[in-house]
Design a protein around this ligand. Structure first.
Ligand code: LMR
Length: 400
């Protein structure tokens, strides 16, 4: 039966982790996947999460199924974090949320929802984007295309190119926007650019889907939602796929959410009925633990304060590593100007390393980065920095 099936290629990000684990090199470094490491190189369980888990262990009295769309407390606290509990749209009932297995699960539910209710429409992705985006929407039966985003010359956004492309996207198509900490470039729109994008998206009748996986990692929890808020000012319909993998460190609990903003409470309710149908046919209902932790932490003033501080500490450590990375490259004699890395936001640095240099880094130095040249700054520490920068200095000299 399976003789004619050819092996599939490894995943460009998670496949690297598999290869990294099998690598016996004593100094190996994994800067592939976007996972936070502390100064000691560990991916910690946040203290706020641990405290919530202890409480849960004591108070949990059932493992009964959750509702198809997740716990109501989780759904409302998610809306609060993304949009604000007092926002008129939330108060008017125009916002509905369904818990999903991670940000990826939320994107897939969004894709299935779009395909099954609105039909086959193209999803426009930034160039470049997270390598899993085409796979997720493709699996939902939606074709994908790209709009210009990154400008190699300036290491910034090619805003003119992006806007011009948005003006030509067919009415009714879907535009995927990264809420903050653009993955893989770390380069975000400025507030006034978000405003312009939102006006064009609304004016042309496009459907915005916001991939919001890094809230809290750019400037702050509230500040990072500014792009989403610009969209809400202009667009009457918005989909948001959000994730608690990064800002709660709940990677393996798979906890995320799909939030839909609709023009009326009635339309929001109808949309949710279809989201529930999609979920039921896919994984029936979501897992409970991670979502219970998130609701508990966000609803308890003390735990919430602790969590907000922990998010700030993760953000500050990553930004500290950005500066140390630029300085250490300079100390290692690298002449190329990498100062732009200190201005990028979120977990990633879009280094400009070529595929050959990426390959040489892995083969010669056991340093794993994504083929696009994306480096997870969140995996850098003061201990691995010298070895890392020496490796980069070597491949810059010797590989094309
Ligand atoms: C990443 O981009 O590294 C993360 O979003 C993890 C993943 O699932 O790819």
């Amino acid at each position: 039966m399976f003789e004619q099936i050819k092996p599939a290629p490894p995943d460009p990000i998670l496949g690297l982790t598999e290869a990294f684990k099998a690598d016996p090199h004593p100094k190996k470094i994994n800067l592939g996947v976007g996972v936070y490491k502390d100064a000691g190189g560990q991916t910690p369980v946040l203290a706020s999460v641990k405290a919530a888990e202890e409480r849960l262990l004591r108070s949990e009295h059932t493992k009964n199924y959750l509702p198809i769309d997740g716990q109501p407390e989780f759904d409302s606290v998610t809306q609060e974090l993304l949009i604000g509990a007092d926002h008129p749209l939330v108060r008017a009932g125009c916002v509905v949320t369904a818990q999903a297995p991670g940000g990826t699960g939320a994107l897939r539910v969004a894709g299935d929802f779009i395909a099954s209710t609105l039909g086959r429409r193209t999803v426009w992705l930034s160039d470049p984007t997270w390598p899993n985006h085409p796979g997720v929407f493709g699996a939902a039966g939606l074709p994908t295309a790209t709009y210009p985003y990154f400008d190699k010359q300036s290491n910034g956004v090619n805003f003119a190119g992006m806007l011009a492309a948005l003006h030509t996207i067919p009415v009714g198509d879907v535009v995927l926007l990264h809420g903050c900490c653009h993955n893989p470039t770390g380069v975000d729109l400025q507030p006034e650019q978000w405003d312009e994008v939102a006006a064009v998206v609304a004016g042309r009748g496009l459907l915005p889907v916001v991939d919001f996986a890094y809230q809290g990692f750019a400037t702050g929890l509230r500040e990072d939602a500014a792009g989403l808020h610009a969209l809400l000012q202009h667009c009457t319909t918005v989909l948001v796929a959000s994730s608690y993998s990064k800002n709660f460190g709940l990677y393996n609990e798979r906890v995320g959410a799909l939030t839909i903003v609709a023009p009326s409470a009635e339309q929001a309710k109808t949309a949710l009925s279809h989201i529930k149908r999609v979920i039921r046919a896919n994984y029936s209902n979501p897992p409970a633990h991670g979502a219970q932790v998130v609701s508990l932490v966000l609803n308890d003033p003390e735990l919430r304060q602790l969590w907000e501080r922990e998010v700030g500490e993760m953000r500050d450590r990553i930004n500290g590593m950005r500066h140390l990375f630029v300085e250490t490259l300079h100390e290692q004699g690298v002449e190329h100007d990498f100062s732009f890395i200190a201005r990028q936001r979120g977990m990633f640095s879009f280094s400009g390393l070529t595929p050959d240099q990426v390959k040489a880094l892995r083969e010669r130095h056991a340093i794993y980065v994504v083929g696009s040249g994306r480096i997870s700054v969140a995996g850098m520490t003061a201990h691995n920095m010298d070895y890392l920068c020496a490796g980069i200095a070597d491949v810059l000299k010797t590989a094309k």
